[in-house]
Design a protein around this ligand. Sequence first.
Ligand SMILES: Nc1nc2c(c(=O)[nH]1)N[C@H]1C(S)=C(S)[C@@H](COP(=O)(O)OP(=O)(O)OC[C@H]3O[C@@H](n4cnc5c(=O)[nH]c(N)nc54)[C@H](O)[C@@H]3O)O[C@H]1N2
Ligand SMILES: Nc1nc2c(c(=O)[nH]1)N[C@H]1C(S)=C(S)[C@@H](COP(=O)(O)OP(=O)(O)OC[C@H]3O[C@@H](n4cnc5c(=O)[nH]c(N)nc54)[C@H](O)[C@@H]3O)O[C@H]1N2
Ligand code: SF4
Ligand SMILES: [Mo]
Length: 707
Amino acid sequence: MGSSIHKSVCRVCHGGCGAIVHLEDGRVVKVKGDPASPVSRGWMCIKGLRSPDIANHTDRLKKPLRRKGKRGGGQWEEISWETALDEIAAGLEGIRKNQGPEAIALGQGTGRHHYLHVVRFANALGTPNWYEPGLAQCFIPRITVSNLTYGGFVVADYYGDVKPSCIMFWGHNPLISNADGELAIAVQRAMGRNCRTIAIDPRRTETARKCDMWLPVRPGTDGALALAMINTIITKGIYDRGFVEEWTAGFDELKEHIKPFTPQWAAGITGIKANDIEEAATVYATNSPAVLEWGLGIEQNINSLQTVRAIALLRAITGNIDIPGGDIIGMQILKSYPLLKEKLPPESSKKRLGGEEFKLLGGWRAYIPSAHIPALFRAMREGVPYRINALLIFGNNPLLTVANPRNVYEALNRLDLLVVTDLFMTPTAALADYVLPAAFWTETEHLFGFPLVAENIAFAQPKLAQTGDCRQDEWIMDELSKRLNLPGSDMTYRGIYDYQLSSMNMKFDDLLNSGHIYPGHRYRKYIKSGFRTPSGKVELYSSVLKRMGYDPMPTYIEPPESPVSTPELYKDFPFILITGSRKREFFHSEHRQVQSLRKYSPDPCAEIHGSAAKALGIAEGDWIIVSSPRGEISMKAKITENIHPSVINVEHGWWFPERPKEGFGLWESNANILTNDSPPYNAAFGSYQLRGLLCNVKKRLFKKYVI
Ligand SMILES: Nc1nc2c(c(=O)[nH]1)N[C@H]1C(S)=C(S)[C@@H](COP(=O)(O)OP(=O)(O)OC[C@H]3O[C@@H](n4cnc5c(=O)[nH]c(N)nc54)[C@H](O)[C@@H]3O)O[C@H]1N2
Ligand SMILES: Nc1nc2c(c(=O)[nH]1)N[C@H]1C(S)=C(S)[C@@H](COP(=O)(O)OP(=O)(O)OC[C@H]3O[C@@H](n4cnc5c(=O)[nH]c(N)nc54)[C@H](O)[C@@H]3O)O[C@H]1N2
Ligand code: SF4
Ligand SMILES: [Mo]
């Protein structure tokens, strides 16, 4: 076959970096950055560059597998795709007829190529019960609040001619996470000489270390900090009067509402000095255009809705929306993915687990309605309010990425049918009845709207290579749809790409030739058509939230497990726990088997401040036990000055592919043993707590298990 070189776009993470892929005899041998990419301009991160090591890994799943012997026993039989698909379709058909389609649940992971195809497949099947481990805990609060407040999702304008004069990073570390298509390289360039920068994070992250100001906020109290910044900006009169008068609704109510939320008030809650709060608010409000880079740190707690709302209002009162160099509303150049919403009858939607209770996650107003994870896994375990019999997972490892893996484990063991599609055998896949081999990004054909949700650019990803019998997830769903004769089964994923591109009179083949299309941004779209909200203005006072029974004005409540709320518990658990801060070399629970990435982080680590470590007699590299009221795990101590002394930062996603016989060491260092899937939840989204809980740390006295 010889060697050849191709252009593509990397999707090891949420993606976007232009990639030059070198093939030899059909194998991916090298991946380099594409200098011609309009967003990454030649840059790639370590995961993208190591793509050949992932694609060609000897542990890749290569054939469909059927379980032999007992569940989780590790005995498999290789079968053909025909057999696997026929048998799975027959199983699904039986459950659909006997228990009803809602007894089939679908699961998927974060923002991958097949994301919307899973939702379409669920609708076609007639089940309202699909989930993703992010959603209420990730991105849905930011998307929903943007839509409610400004009528569209905003992203930082790094690619236009005007560059931001200020960037405020809030619970976000994009230099490492490249989250949702906001690439580190673009952020780094924007942070150049003439840009004021502020980081709000309990850790002095890679991003914070490059900033002028670092505000080490107490985890879970960001809502109070944002209210105090609004207070400062309004009290000092440094808001954008013209924009506020013409383009916002509810300013008078907001002005009245924020009176008690002074910087002094917030200082007592957040641990940030009142002067610093005022200074940060002033820098943000007086250096226009300004970008507010919000991240996951503000969502993985039960105050998600109102915290995100308060932060969203800062953009509005400073007039930084849809202006050059500010936060711009996405162009959404592609036609919306045909999700077949109309195929899910209202009586089925009503059965969505948690949908009635968490209206902005699962109700009709939700961005893409989904099930509430704790309710769904409870239904699997207990059959309440009805039993879930089958779960089909496309790229998710819930035993590592969902709160309380014990509950997940019990739930998975109760299923009649568990099908997991993945690149590798994982702790979750190990419990399945069928394991299906997924295609890696160099093996998929994909139309990629960038950045996620805002879609200002469309990229084409060509299928370049083939590993074993691996297939892309969309193909698997299409094949099952055909066998089940589901609505929409006449349109394959390839047909959907053509449909989506018809907005620009293009076909997917045309885009494959050109690589990408970037029609350019139109700023201040609202001047022509208003904001897409009920009032046509930015809703400082949210009429929709009011109607839904939620507070129309941003509010603050103390985290339910904290030094203030639970002082008794705090005596036994005297640290504040945060989990899951991103690491360059891993994507969630992935890549622990890839030596060229694992070598950077061979062991699971927890960050602890030098003063706390000293007091506990813990030295760098010691094995420690981190415990919470829910359980304990082993981690290696990483001592640092770059963290608030009261905070412990625990890496998430840890399992040990090298230890298959011990259940992959699933229970040893799994951060979610410490997190909480129990109520209270956020009232609108049902968000549970992965950050801002209490924990304790002690030195581990016995020797660590040796591989
Ligand atoms: N404690 C704690 N837990 C967290 C978080 C945290 O901060 N702290 N973060 C949460 C967030 S925000 C998210 S979004 C979730 C992410 O949760 P997940 O999406 O579940 O995380 P991953 O481990 O990346 O992916 C799961 C599996 O997908 C497989 N995979 C990768 N690409 C493909 C593909 O194209 N097709 C298929 N079929 N499989 C593929 C991988 O091999 C992996 O086994 O984790 C959440 N969990
Ligand atoms: N390499 C790599 N990249 C990834 C991922 C990955 O697993 N690995 N995951 C992807 C996914 S799904 C997501 S959602 C994004 C997330 O990307 P980011 O939004 O950048 O999220 P994190 O790094 O998880 O968390 C950001 C910061 O929140 C801080 N934090 C914790 N609690 C609080 C709090 O209460 N308040 C404040 N203000 N800050 C807090 C943490 O210290 C951390 O530095 O990354 C994506 N990119
Ligand atoms: S940042 Fe994401 S898209 Fe870019 S190279 Fe890394 S993994 Fe690939
Ligand atoms: Mo996420």
